[in-house]
Design a protein around this ligand. Structure first.
Ligand SMILES: Cc1cc2nc3c(=O)[nH]c(=O)nc-3n(C[C@H](O)[C@H](O)[C@H](O)COP(=O)(O)OP(=O)(O)OC[C@H]3O[C@@H](n4cnc5c(N)ncnc54)[C@H](O)[C@@H]3O)c2cc1C
Length: 264
């Protein structure tokens, strides 16, 4: 690891100003992705700006059918929250499937979303639920946020403050885990709303994406049977030693069926 300075800030304004002062500074949330990258010397920020002491970034709040989760909320808190379980069962289920207990106790929803790892779980929930990412500058819909592998719409010193969700009628997440890392080889999030069904896939492409064939089929008949006839093309899907693109295409269909069967 290269040497770096560690800076604590106590509010959002000071964090953003601190990042503006050093072009190569980085925010640090749970450190579960960033520290690994720094240890491998793939990144060498001169400053880390700790977001862990900022009260506005913490907490889970429900108002009617709107659920807002602060960026610094840990995966374990989302998994355990009675409010999340009641409002969006699929989201609580997804958080409980991330990595292991240690990572869930440290990693944050904001860090995961900002990182946009192509195999991360949360991006599929945000896209599947049509969530809104609230930053210190603006509100960004999930459809416009995830741009590509490790690439998001965040600009410069922009900081994620919270994520806002609307409760669907039903939701669920099904994940085929890599046995060692526990990242998604393929993960599918399904959400049924009064006016649309959304299906988002992680792990299978360079970034999370929506599965329009499945959305169309489920919009007219929200059941596993509706998915049996759809064909998932392997074109453009990830292919590696562990799972080739044909296998991932097959898993997408299986995970989508599993998610629909579990949706509540
Ligand atoms: C062994 C292991 C297994 C894992 N398995 C899984 C898994 O199965 N599924 C899964 O989804 N993830 C998995 N992860 C990743 C884990 O969920 C991380 O916690 C997550 O990706 C990053 O969150 P973090 O809070 O640790 O962010 P950090 O590592 O602190 O930051 C990640 C990036 O986001 C930026 N950032 C952080 N917070 C903000 C913010 N509020 N605004 C703007 N930018 C911000 C940072 O500058 C950095 O670039 C795994 C990690 C490990 C180490």
């Amino acid at each position: 690891m290269y040497p770096f300075a560690f800076q604590h800030t106590k509010n959002i304004k000071d964090s953003v100003s601190a990042k503006k002062e050093h072009a190569d500074a980085k925010y640090i949330a749970g450190g579960q992705s960033l520290i690994g990258v720094m240890k491998l010397r793939l990144d060498q920020p001169s400053q880390l700006i700790n977001l862990g002491l900022i009260p506005e970034l913490a907490g889970i709040c429900v108002e009617g059918s709107t659920l807002t989760i602060g960026a610094m909320t840990r995966h374990a808190e989302v998994a355990a929250s009675a409010d999340v379980k009641k409002c969006i069962p699929g989201l609580s289920q997804l958080a409980g499937l991330i990595a292991d207990r240690m990572v869930r106790n440290m990693g944050t929803i904001g860090g995961s979303v900002a990182n946009n790892d192509p195999s991360a779980d949360y991006p599929s929930a945000l896209l599947g639920l049509n969530a809104t990412i609230i930053t210190n500058q603006r509100e960004i819909k999930a459809d416009d946020f995830f741009l590509g592998m490790f690439e998001t719409a965040l600009e410069g010193s922009e900081l994620i403050q919270s994520i806002r969700f609307t409760a669907p009628i039903k939701s669920a997440y099904a994940k085929f885990k890599h046995p060692a890392s526990r990242y998604a080889v393929v993960g599918v999030f399904v959400a049924q709303f009064a006016d649309e069904v959304r299906v988002a896939v992680t792990g299978a492409g360079s970034s999370v994406f929506r599965l329009s064939e499945a959305e169309k089929a489920l919009s007219s008949n929200f059941s596993a049977d509706a998915l049996k006839a759809i064909h998932i093309s392997a074109d453009g899907l990830n292919s590696d030693f562990f799972a080739d693109s044909e296998y991932r295409a097959h898993l997408i269909k299986l995970m989508a069926i599993q998610a629909v069967n579990q949706a509540k």
